[in-house]
Design a protein around this ligand. Sequence first.
Ligand code: URA
Length: 239
Amino acid sequence: MPERLDAWLARAGFGSRRDAKALVKSGRVAMDGRTQSDPAASVTGKIVVDGEPVEAPPDGLWAILHKPVGYACSHDPAEAPLVDELLPDVFRRLGAEFAGRLDRDTSGLLVVTTDGALIQRLTHPKRHVTKRYRAEIEGVLARDTVARFQSGILLDGDDAPTLPAGIDIRGEGPTIEAVVRLREGRYHQVRRMVAACGGRVLRLHRDGIGAFDLPEDLAPGEWRHLDDEAIARLLKDAP
Ligand code: URA
């Protein structure tokens, strides 16, 4: 079914539906070479705004970013530098959001999408999608750390213990390497769980969600679109 011009323009990044309506009424929009001032007109041809052709907007946006340390997952300029600076402006215009934020000091796999259902499926604890983190830890971890991660830890300020989580401790030394698997995303969760067991996270990197691994050829600061197969892998262990 053909789409209304104002709705189409809003999806193409020209603000809200109301903004798009005003834009059309102002006579700045042409369709197939003729000024179109009716916001309810059906889109049936090439759209030009202020003399510039507008590309047909995608139905949605599904992407991943290799988030570098130092950038905030926020849209608030007061928290700059922001992850938004690493993504094309159209992502913001289309209303893309992060599916599970990472702290400023955490690097790794960040999903950015306009698909609210996907965000819900990736972030809702009941969906069980596992997020995998590599952590470098200093300090001496309690002997029962693995069991405590598994049974849940009541963190300061929280009402309920964490859901069962995994920690695989890979090496002892001046620093400890660990792989942590969580299915929720509470504030600073890995750092707080490690701290509750006597350690301090020095570096934290998310390298997998569900059955999807952060691609090795995606450098920090780079992003790419996700195809259907990649989305299926992200959701592989979601019920
Ligand atoms: N746990 C943290 O402590 N930080 C993150 O960014 C993600 C999980």
